[in-house]
Ligand binder design. Structure first.
Ligand code: NAD
Length: 436
């Protein structure tokens, strides 16, 4: 099938590459010329495990092309996936400007039997509005479908190639049949292809992300309470997780969720609810708890040093909003860095892949190190923000030897508190009993 994918960010690039990998002829369009030049040269502008090899393989086989030109691509495309950004506006609602711009570029070029599919996360009603706009611009009915994407950065190829489910919203069954055909290679293990109304598909994406964000804010609030009452969230988590109605996934306490999806999608759904005269109490709380949680590490550091952080040096491990990605959008590390700099501290930072993105923001306000152990020399404490795998088995004797004070603030509870104590550390995690 001939496919066009518009937007070559995390979602568009993975979508286009995985469709090419299953034998389709895919052209990815982006307005960012620099990005397209890089992609044409085989350079991947983002870090996503496994993506580079896959892009190279499919580019070489000429199943995957990159361009800035709608004119050369759209007239031949059967399926056109829109995967442009839908960032948050000041008022919390989703900014759909890029979607409407794409629609205007597409309209004069669409083939009679093409299907325009929104993969970006968009609020309820957007697909119908797109259908109306395309009808107005072309003078005929254009097939539109919603196909929200559930991939996770850091595991995007696996998630796309082996999805738990594929969701499509359609206005007539034939459109679902075409999309089902396209997705069949990824659903061979009998995972479902769910076809529904446009509005239900649009809502599914927001409800999924808001449910996950709710789990995170819930466990973070419980962790904060555990600290105060002398309980240990790690033990409580085990205690609840064996109940199959609750389970273990996504119930790890930490420093709050970040990234380009959860914060903006929670805000967008709050905005949708309000525009329908409903006050979404749970979502409001999820957002408030998360904003507060991003400040928790700083409060712990500040409390430990009795409010005197001027001239202190901190080693920071992990800057990306989660491991295996270079994405720092809404990352808790940025909130911590801002607070520590404001308090007069000096920061020595390391992240396996996100450091360049952080450099773009902070420049020489921070000292950057290619190896996490090199941040430790003379630091007053180590602060762990992102749970990269390589931090899990640390050489504690070396850390003890290098730090000026044996203190670790661990925003991800990577280590066992009792062992850390035995080693001689003051180990301050999230939701661990402070009464011992
Ligand atoms: P991104 O910001 O990484 O990429 C968007 C790309 O679209 C950019 O390269 C930009 O140059 C391009 N673009 C903007 N306007 C364009 C236009 N008119 N024509 C062609 N290209 C244009 O975004 P992303 O993280 O890939 O997210 C895209 C959408 O998918 C968002 O709605 C997001 O909520 C959703 N989503 C993201 C993820 C994720 O993990 N990142 C997961 C699921 C869904």
């Amino acid at each position: 099938m001939k496919i066009a994918v518009i937007g070559t960010g995390y979602v568009g690039l993975v979508t286009g590459t995985c469709f090419a990998e299953s034998g389709n002829q895919v052209t990815c369009i982006d307005i960012d010329e620099h990005k397209v030049q890089k992609l044409k040269a085989g350079e991947i502008p983002i870090f996503e495990p496994g993506l580079e090899e896959m892009v190279k393989r499919n580019t070489k086989a000429r199943r995957l092309l990159f361009t800035t030109s709608y004119d050369e691509t759209i007239p031949d495309a059967k399926c056109i996936f829109i995967a442009v950004g839908t960032p948050q506006k000041e008022d919390g609602s989703a900014n759909l400007d890029s979607i409407w711009k794409v629609a205007e570029s597409l309209a004069p070029l669409l083939a009679e039997d093409s299907i325009v599919i929104i993969k970006s996360t968009v609020p309820v009603g957007t697909n119908r509005k797109l259908a109306e706009l395309l009808q107005k611009l072309t003078g005929r009915i254009v097939d539109v479908a919603s196909n929200p994407e559930f991939l996770k950065e850091g595991a995007a190829i696996d998630d796309f190639s082996k999805p738990d489910r594929v969701v499509v919203g359609v206005s007539r069954p034939e459109i679902a049949d075409t999309l089902h055909e396209l997705y069949k290679p990824f659903l061979r293990t009998e995972h479902p292809f769910l076809s529904m109304e446009l509005e239900s598909a649009e809502m599914t994406k927001y409800v999924a992300n808001c449910m996950l964000a709710t789990k995170i804010s819930f466990i973070n609030e419980m962790a904060n309470l555990c600290e105060r009452v002398g309980a240990d969230i790690n033990q409580v988590r085990r205690g609840i997780g064996h109940d199959q109605r609750i389970g273990f996934s996504f119930l790890f306490p930490g420093v709050g969720y970040g990234g380009s999806c959860f914060p903006k999608d929670v805000s967008a759904l709050i905005s949708v609810a309000k525009s329908h005269q409903m006050e979404p109490s749970i979502l409001n709380a999820v957002d408030q708890v998360n904003t507060a949680q991003k400040r928790v590490l700083f409060e712990k550091v500040n409390h430990y040093f009795k409010g005197d952080l001027q001239g202190k040096t901190f080693a920071i491990w992990g800057l990306a909003f989660k491991p295996k990605t270079d994405d720092i959008r809404e990352a808790p590390a940025l909130v911590l860095i801002d607070q520590l700099l404001q308090a007069g501290a000096q920061l020595k930072v390391h992240d396996p892949v996100a450091m360049n993105n952080v450099k773009d923001i902070y420049g020489d306000q921070l000292a950057y190190f290619d190896h996490h152990y090199d941040t430790l020399q003379g630091a007053d404490a180590l602060v762990i923000v992102t749970e990269w795998n390589e931090f899990r088995h640390a050489d504690f004797d070396y850390i003890l030897h290098k730090l000026s004070n044996p203190i670790i603030f661990d925003g991800r509870n990577l280590y066992e508190p009792d062992k850390m104590k035995q080693k001689g550390f003051d180990y301050i995690g999230i939701g661990l009993s402070s009464l011992k």
